[in-house]
Design a protein. Sequence first.
Length: 89
Amino acid sequence: MYRLILFLIIVFVIYHLFKKYVLGPFRPRHTKPGRKPPPITDELVKDPICGTYVPKREAIVYGRKGKLYYFCCKECLEKFKHPEKQTKP
Ligand SMILES: [Zn+2]
């Protein structure tokens, strides 16, 4: 009879340890339900002038006709604003 009780206790302890170590890391701890994930800050945007991909937060933003354009540098922005000023080789 004692063997059966001891066996049940061991099974109970193993079950709880298993639950703690296997399911533990997957359980959200300090997140509220329905909370939105933080926005992606290192999204890459393409410079339409030179074709370079630049991180959105570092790019120069220029809006035209309700659309946003992103540039790697001021030179590209100037070329975009005034394409006729481009020096021909
Ligand atoms: Zn550029």
